[in-house]
Each structure stands twice: as C-alpha cells, then as structure tokens.
Write a protein that binds this ligand. Structure first.
Ligand SMILES: *Cc1c(COP(=O)(O)O)cnc(C)c1O
Length: 356
C-alpha cells in the first residue's frame, strides 16, 4: 500500500487498563488457588496485548486459532500456549506450536499423536467434558472410555479435564456444574491412577460462581477473555468491581453533517442488506455520517460516549442522529465496544490499532 497516513477509523487500546484488569483478576482468582489463563482470541493474538498480559503475571495464553499462537510465538512472547479449538487438518502445526490443546474427538487426538511421534515430542491435551452448554465436549458417560484410549497413545500426555459453559446454550456455570466437573475428574484420576494438572472450569462466566461458592473443589484453572478486556462477567454483563470497562475505544470521523428529514422519502424497497427498513418521522434532525461501517465493526455492539443515537449502518457508513450535539466534518466520535464489536474491530484490517 502507498504511504498514506490513515488515522481513522481507529481503535485505541489502553494497555495500562488491560494490565490492571489482568493483574486484578489473576490475584482475585489466585486467592482461592485458581490460575487465570489469558484468552487472546478476541484481540486476534495481538502481540502488544499478549506482552501486556505476560507482564501482568499471566503465564498461559489461550487462543482458538493456531495462526494467532504462531504470531505470538514469532514475537518471542514467553508463555505456555493453549489452543482452545483443535482442527484435525492442522494437527501437525498444533503439535509444533501449541504446548497444550483442548480436545473432544479421539480422531483428532490420534492425529496429534501421529505428529507428536514424528516430531519426537510430547503434546499435552486437556479433554473437554460436555456439561450442558452443548458446544464442545465429550458426554461424561463416554469420558472414561476416551481417557482409556488417549492414555495409550504415544506422544500424547493427558494433563487435564475442562469444560466450557455460557457460550452456546447460555448455561450458567454454577455450583452443581463445577461439582460435577470435580467429581468427573476425581473418578478419572482414581480409575486410571492419574494426577491431572489442569481442572479448567470455564471462562469469564464463572465469576458469579467463584464469588458465591464456599468451595472451588478441584477447579484450579479458568480461561479469561472478556473479563480481562472489558471488565465484565458474562452471565449478566455486569461490571466486575475495580475493573476498567473502557480499555478499548473505537474512534470514527464525521464525513458529513447536515440537517435533513428523519424519514427517507420516495418508494421504500430493500436496503443494502436486503432488509426493508422502517423509520419514525420525528421531523428534521442533524444527521451525521461516520466513515466506518459494517465491514469494520459490529455496529449493534457500539455504544456512543456522547448523547447521540445510531440510526443504522451500511458497509462503510454509520448514520447518526446527533441530537443536540454539534458535530462537524472532521470531528471524531468515540464508542465503547461490546465483545462482538471488539472482535470485529480487532479483526478488521481497515481499523488502525493505536496503543496508549
Ligand atoms: C473464548 C473461550 C474462552 C474465553 O471466554 P470469555 O468469555 O472471553 O472469558 C474460554 N474457553 C474457551 C474454550 C473459549 O472458546
């Protein structure tokens, strides 16, 4: 690309706030013997952010994509890398670049075994148990059978049992679920005479359980993304006390600002995305166009910091009702982001990443 100086749209990333959140959560969970792994997938394995997590005392970096793990390794980040989602056809690289991977399919683990032997190494795995959220995981009744086969595989070391809740089914990781995970683990350890290092109870949704439980049982690991980056638990999206919720800010530029009607005029057909839009007539308003759109960010996940309203968006524009705010061409407008908006903004190569 030619050397043009693009400054908007950008996402401003406050590394000090991320460091504060990571340290606070690490100490907090550490107080009851739970180690917090930092989940970097929402920031695409961003290496500045990954370094910040490591400098804040996080030892395990977890990501769903092997390419993100390779990127972090290439940046010489010293961590244990945990792959959250293992794809069979990537087994060779998984063994090469990930220290540990989460798994739920024997066929995939066999492939990992094959490449571990070939690479003369030991690949560590955590088996995921299905506890009702119905994304990944082995049904508890099948777990013993899988373990029996896994421990026979060369080049594979079973180092833990994990579960993941509140992702697909919105199922709460409560005392009952965590007790189930502890007892499943105990049974496996006793039956196969194993000592498992990682009992990984879940993600940012486990905050409420942790706060209210009298006994964390065998759970000694959680994998945290959203609570580190956005300072929230994820069952009700409530702010976690003492954490920053605004480590990330999206900044877009006003490219048009005019008083116009609130109601489109002419015959109504489909919009840019095949919807037939409906609008309410509230008279003339200050309509502001921003130079950012659906190609860059999940617009529904943005919250303006000013008292203005998002009316809608197309690929490259967000349309705003500026209400009483005087916005001129060239001004910038700031937004807070939810998880989906952050994910999209970090993934879009059109959005400049600016570290503060
Ligand atoms: C994304 C993910 C996490 C992190 O979830 P957050 O809600 O961001 O804390 C943990 N575990 C697995 C398996 C994941 O896919």
């Amino acid at each position: 690309m030619s050397m043009i100086d693009i400054t908007t749209p950008r996402i401003e990333i406050n590394l000090r706030k991320i460091a504060h959140n990571a340290k606070t959560l690490k100490e907090f969970y550490g107080s009851k013997g739970i180690d917090a792994a930092g989940v970097t997938k929402v920031v695409c394995g961003d290496t500045n952010i990954a370094k910040t997590l490591i400098n804040s005392g996080i030892n395990i970096l977890a990501d769903s994509r092997i390419t993100n793990i390779i990127k972090m390794r290439d940046a010489n980040i010293k961590a244990q890398f945990l792959l959250l989602r293992t794809i069979q056809s990537q087994a060779e690289d998984v063994v090469k670049y990930a220290d540990i991977s989460l798994n739920s399919e024997l066929a995939v683990i066999k492939e990992l075994s094959k490449f571990a032997v070939e690479q003369n190494t030991i690949h560590k795995i955590i088996l995921m148990a299905e506890l009702g959220d119905l994304r990944e995981g082995i049904m508890p009744s099948d777990l013993g059978n899988t373990v029996k086969k896994v421990i026979k595989l060369k080049g594979i070391k079973l180092v833990g049992i994990g579960t993941n809740l509140a992702c697909f089914g919105g199922i709460k990781p409560d005392n009952k679920k965590m007790e189930d995970l502890s007892s499943i683990t105990k049974n496996i350890e006793n039956k196969f005479n194993l000592k498992l290092k990682f009992i990984s109870g879940g993600n940012s949704a486990n905050y409420n359980w942790f706060m209210t439980t009298k006994d964390v049982g065998k759970i000694n690991n959680l994998r945290l993304g959203e609570s580190i980056f956005l300072g929230r638990e994820t069952l009700n999206r409530k702010t976690i006390p003492k954490l920053f919720t605004n480590a990330f800010t999206l900044i877009a530029e006003v490219i048009e600002s005019k008083i116009k009607p609130s109601l489109p005029y002419g015959d109504v057909y489909q919009d840019a995305f095949g919807n037939t839009p409906k609008f309410r007539d509230i008279g003339k308003i200050r309509r502001v166009l921003l130079g950012v759109g659906v190609q860059d960010v999940l617009v529904s996940g943005l919250t303006p910091i000013l008292d203005i309203n998002i009316l809608g968006a197309s690929s490259d524009h967000i349309i705003i009702n500026a209400k009483q705010t005087d916005l001129k061409v060239g001004d910038t407008v700031k937004f807070n982001l939810n998880y989906g908006a952050l994910l999209a903004a970090m993934t879009s190569h059109y959005i400049i990443k600016k570290y503060k």
